[in-house]
Ligand binder design. Structure first.
Ligand code: NDP
Length: 460
């Protein structure tokens, strides 16, 4: 007869099994949703030439080359053992080595990484650079862990991952939960295991092969893209114009920096607790000090600038975000996914905003995007507008391969050229396939076409 303890353990096992089954079913939903969105928008390309059907590119491009899943065991500071899942989804390397970030977050699972990996193929293809698509990570949560615990986890993670990566094979980078600290520990362990100083990871700290300007790349890139888009669409430039920005991290603060440099007036930013609105233009040096040096909440901004407004999350409009309530010429969602809803989209259009450029990944909900596409607003999707980060990662690979270091000015010049190229290509592709002005479809078609043509050329 089973004793109480055995029954208890059985119950726990049953719960675990149920959880696995449910999450496995649900975790792939997000991938199928992304697939559906992209595949419907590339229909004009597929019907334009029968080679895409003959070579079954849709079928071939929507299945990852391989998914590597491994166990990561590590000790916490109290010597307790923990087990996490590690993943690398190597989706497609037709255009170059697999390339895409590592995400450490409890929400990470195979389905999310497949979704992000698929998007990454198209984003990387849009840059015109020789990089394939991948994504990886773990359900490990670095928040609240000591440096030592993070180091333990990263070394354990790399003990397995190093078998599958290499400078011409697969070059991971950072993403949510993986910054310079984590990349440093991962790279250190890679070197210890392989005795190679390879450009095997990007986003490295500058003193061991990181590129200058990587932190600025995504934010600056979004602004370069927007300038070009406004020029192509015959709209007024950003100079002297009020802009709203959400977020207060890397992407947001460097978007603000570039906007100020161009003579625009960014009046807002936000973090997970609230929004700052400063009608004279935000104080960037103070924001950098609060967020990069002191890791403080934005509420502290009003201690220095009491005339600015602070709106806590609890006071946000129903179904919307405070930032998108303010009048602006151009909007830059740079915080997180689903932060700009249909309510916000309606507000922006009502307030005569002329462009929305996505700095974050998936910041606008599908309903908000649908609303923008029906309106006159110029809408720059993340896949195209925030590709500056991965472009500079590719520049880091070039510098590492050549054992060289480029100047800040050189990286910036090349970044600007790349963003202008992406924007022009997306716009011209949209026009060519009968969806002029639709940068969402233009980006999907242009990215898909580059990979599909290369797949056809290389054969099966
Ligand atoms: P950070 O973690 O540096 O910054 C994110 C910022 O957004 C933080 O200030 C955070 O607040 C804030 N935030 C989080 N949730 C909310 C919310 N609900 N409302 C308002 N603000 C919120 O990330 P990054 O700046 O690097 O990245 C931002 C986005 O851009 C992500 O979607 C990322 O995937 C994407 N991205 C980043 C790239 C890069 O090169 N860094 C490249 C391409 C895409 P708090 O300070 O309170 O945590």
């Amino acid at each position: 007869m089973k004793d109480a303890k055995t029954k208890e353990v059985h119950k726990e096992i049953a719960i675990e099994i149920k959880k696995h089954k449910e999450s496995h079913r649900m975790e792939h939903d997000v991938f199928y949703q992304a697939l559906e969105e992209v595949l419907y928008s590339i229909v004009p390309l597929i019907i334009s030439d029968e080679k895409y059907t003959i070579h079954s590119v849709v079928k071939r491009l929507t299945v990852p080359d391989r998914i590597i899943k491994f166990k990561v065991e590590w000790f916490d500071d109290q010597q307790n053992v923990h087990v996490n899942n590690g993943y690398r989804v190597q989706f497609n390397n037709t255009l170059g080595p697999y390339k895409g970030g590592l995400r450490f977050h409890p929400s990470v699972n195979e389905g999310i990484l497949k979704f992000l990996g698929f998007e990454q193929i198209l984003k990387n293809a849009l840059t015109g650079l020789p990089i394939g698509g991948a994504k990886g990570g773990s359900d490990f949560d670095p928040k609240g862990k000591s440096d030592f615990e993070v180091m333990k986890f990263c070394t354990s993670f790399m003990k397995e991952l190093h078998k599958y990566i290499g400078p011409t094979m697969d070059v991971p980078a950072g993403d949510i939960g993986v910054g310079g600290r984590e990349i440093g520990y991962l790279f250190g362990e890679y070197k210890k295991i392989t005795s190679k100083f390879d450009g095997v990871l990007t986003g490295k700290p500058n003193f061991f092969g990181g590129s200058l300007m990587r932190p600025q790349a995504t934010g600056y890139g979004v602004v370069y893209f927007t300038e070009k888009m406004l020029e192509i669409e015959g709209k007024e430039s950003l100079e002297g114009k009020v802009c709203t920005v959400s977020g207060a991290g890397n992407v947001a603060l460097y978007t603000i920096e570039k906007l100020i440099e161009l003579g625009a007036i960014p009046v807002s930013c936000s973090d997970s607790k609230g929004t700052i609105y400063d009608s004279r233009g935000v104080d960037l040096e103070l924001l950098k000090d609060l967020k990069f040096n002191r890791r403080k909440s934005l509420v502290d901004y009003i201690t220095t600038h009491p005339e600015a407004q602070y709106i806590p999350v609890s006071k946000y409009p129903k179904g919307g975000h405070a930032v998108w309530n303010f009048e602006c010429h151009a909007a830059f969602p740079c915080a997180t996914q689903n932060e700009l809803t249909e309510v916000d989209a309606k507000n922006l259009v009502k307030n005569a905003c002329i462009s929305v450029s996505e700095g974050a990944n998936m910041p606008s909900t599908p309903e908000a995007i649908a609303y923008f596409l029906k309106s006159d607003i110029c809408f720059a999707p993340a896949k195209a507008a925030n590709a500056g980060g991965v472009a500079v990662s590719n520049f880091e690979m070039s510098q590492n391969a050549a054992m060289q270091k480029w100047s800040f000015e050189k990286v910036d010049r090349k970044l600007k050229g790349t963003m202008q190229y992406i924007c022009t290509n997306v716009s011209e592709t949209a026009k060519e396939y009968g969806v002029e002005g639709n940068y969402v479809d233009g980006a999907n078609i242009a990215g898909f076409k580059r990979v599909a043509d290369a797949m056809i050329a290389e054969g099966i």
